[in-house]
Design a protein around this ligand. Structure first.
Ligand SMILES: CSC[C@H]1O[C@H](OP(=O)(O)O)[C@H](O)[C@@H]1O
Length: 352
């Protein structure tokens, strides 16, 4: 059983507080959209798919306990709540895409005279609940497509070594994971010698979350400091890098955790395949390239403190972008639940 970032049953929602991992494993209740917004903004839950799922489930929980006089009132309520949830973190696209889908569902249902207010409310809740299962199904498909494509491009018949950055596993999704899903699939096929994970400063998603998942699943793994990537590639046989995504532009440019871009540059220099693993819920067909992606900047406290302990000189100014954009030319393949695409093939997927 992989770890669960999100626990939802009978309209009751809890999330694993990821700020406390790996030393404390504690679930906290999410009772409404305000709780959802705060948990996402503080990064008690994080990861592009998990942000959308928790955001929408926080709406489902609030909806369940409310009644509405008309379908227009209900549509206005969910529109306001969803547009508020989008403001919790700007870079990952999943919450925005979920909002667009739910609002278009709302417009459809409000025009259908055979649908009552209660039918409409329960239809929203059912649609949101389906996000959990679909995400896990998508991730398992991503895992299997990714494993197959990576192995088709290596000469060895034995286990391979891969590198990943940040956390893209069960703690960033509804379960199994995206890039970590590929690693789980490689491991279950007995084709993984070792995965190297970067600590991923300053929030340490790698050291605190990915390492936690890999140890929990008994997957052979080694933690490295972010600045060791070039040394790793020059001294060990790394067959591929697999990372996640927060927002993929139509041309394949990809916004992901800060540090991804420089790993892609080093991978290019060393001739190592560089894959992005992301469901279509992380692909933004409305932006042509990565320079349109808003990059979230977070508090300098995340850089200058570890817990309560200050680790940087008082008075130093800081720059803390949470993401960077890797240009499509550095990306070997984008692994999705529909298969693996070269960046230039992505646009065609939206013309089918
Ligand atoms: C499976 S998407 C995970 C994606 O989200 C992470 O960012 P954050 O931890 O700030 O939410 C990181 O970019 C991962 O690749």
């Amino acid at each position: 059983m992989t770890l669960q970032a999100i626990k939802y049953q009978n309209n009751i929602l809890h999330i694993l507080d990821q700020l406390l991992l790996p030393t404390v494993s504690q679930y906290i209740p999410i009772k409404d959209v305000n709780d959802g917004w705060n948990a996402i903004n503080k990064m008690q839950v994080r990861g592009a798919p998990a942000i959308a799922i928790v955001g929408c489930l926080s709406l489902a929980v609030e909806l369940y306990n409310k009644s509405f006089d008309s379908k227009n009132d209900l549509l206005e309520f969910i529109t306001n709540k969803l547009n508020y949830l989008i403001t919790s973190r700007p870079t990952a696209v999943n919450m925005k895409l979920a909002t667009d889908d739910l609002i278009s569902l709302g417009n459809e249902l409000s025009k259908d005279s055979s649908v009552t207010v209660l039918d409409m409310k329960m239809s929203f809740i059912a649609t949101i609940e389906k996000m959990l299962e679909k995400d896990i199904t998508d991730n398992k498909a991503i895992g299997d497509y990714g494993s197959k494509d990576i192995l088709s491009n290596v000469s060895s018949k034995g286990g391979i070594c891969v590198l990943t950055h940040c956390n893209t596993g069960s703690l960033a999704t509804a379960g199994y994971g995206t890039a970590l899903g590929v690693i789980r699939s490689l491991n279950s096929e007995n084709r993984l010698e070792r995965v190297y994970c970067t600590e991923t400063r300053p929030y340490n998603q790698g050291a605190r979350l990915t390492a936690y998942e890999l140890v929990h699943d008994n997957i052979p793994a080694t933690l490295i400091v972010d600045s060791m990537v070039a040394a790793l590639m020059s001294s060990k046989k790394i067959s591929a890098v697999v990372v996640g995504a927060d927002r993929v532009a139509l041309n394949g440019d990809t916004a992901n955790k800060i540090g991804t871009y420089q790993i892609a540059v080093v991978a290019k220099y060393h001739g190592v395949a560089f894959y992005v693993a992301a469901p279509f819920t992380s692909i933004d067909k409305n932006i042509p390239s990565g320079n349109k992606i808003v990059i979230e900047e977070r508090s300098e406290k995340e850089m200058t403190y570890i817990g309560e302990c200050r680790i940087a000189a008082d008075g130093i100014s800081c720059w803390n972008p949470a993401f960077d954009v890797t240009p499509a030319e550095l990306i070997t393949g984008i692994i999705t639940e529909r298969g693996v695409f070269k960046p230039k093939e992505l646009e065609g997927q939206f013309k089918l």
